[in-house]
Design a protein around this ligand. Sequence first.
Ligand SMILES: *Cc1c(COP(=O)(O)O)cnc(C)c1O
Length: 361
Amino acid sequence: MTAPIRPQPGILDIALYQGGASKIDGHDDPLKLSSNENPFGPSPAAVEAMGRALTDSHRYPSTDHGPLRAAISEVYGLDCERVICGVGSDEVIHFLCQAYAGPGDEVLYTEHGFGMYRISALAAGARAVQVPEAERRVDLDALIGGLSERTRLVFIANPANPTATMLQSGAVERLADALPDQCLLVLDGAYAEFADGYDGGRALVDKRNNVVMTRTFSKAYGLGGLRVGYGYGPGHVIDTLNRIRGPFNLSGLALAGAEAAVRDRDWVAMCIRVNTDERARLTGGLRQLGIDCDDSFANFVLARFADEAEADAADAYLKSQGVIVRAPKSYGLPHCLRITVGRPEDNDRVLAALASFKGAE
Ligand SMILES: *Cc1c(COP(=O)(O)O)cnc(C)c1O
């Protein structure tokens, strides 16, 4: 027998990504608030467009995603030539690591940063370097202190997951100014739509050559199951990423659904409006119960408990009431629970359950 084949260095250091749970034993129809999904689902126009696209399933899809890129560009005021679409923004993150970070290179992200940054960096053979945050906020000085001549990519989600906090645009620009040559700042805008007045970093991308923005249809647009995201960046970066992108990475169904979704501006505006109101109500309700949380700029709230034991007990109690939230232990926040903002009746249910949990403590 020969020795079994071994994967490339770094790959076995990847811990499998843990998605939000979706089942509880003994509950047929649990309330799932663990993956920051849109509680209202996709736009009806997107569902209709996908229905029509089904009958064309024998055809290969567009390779350049022209109509979807045009729709995104019209709605968000982007240069269509500098948009690349991926199988979720996860794929765009993956392309960035594959294209720009290899053995000997460093990819920077922050203490509570999104899990895909580390996974994609290691998959590309690069070093994943984590820098501390300050009280659940990206710490600019720590990040700048973590830069080296080997740093190729710096990932920041703004607003961030799972903390829901946000860096102001002046701070983001200061970071972009501080980057060494041969380094890109990636602004992950998965939750940008929920931060009132924020452009996701578009203006910064347009005025610099070292900033890339990623966006997704998985959160505000309610299409997490369809897997569509996109990146926006300097022309030379988008040209590079397109060379490694599979020619048919997005299905015809995905292209049709996302295009209809982005053009249905009323639906997403309604979802964002309800989220804003309900986020304030959930935040206020938690604080009234003595459960701390930072102001959220996203579609979830990070509830902080006294310690890990209390967070575990709250999590177990919510489960007993048929409610699934996310315990962000792998993000260095064992005393917290991340609760997606649901429909008004969902948030009532969460607050009522936590009130009886606190009352029984
Ligand atoms: C949900 C999320 C994404 C989106 O991933 P998709 O692949 O587009 O579904 C990206 N970044 C962060 C921080 C997220 O929370």
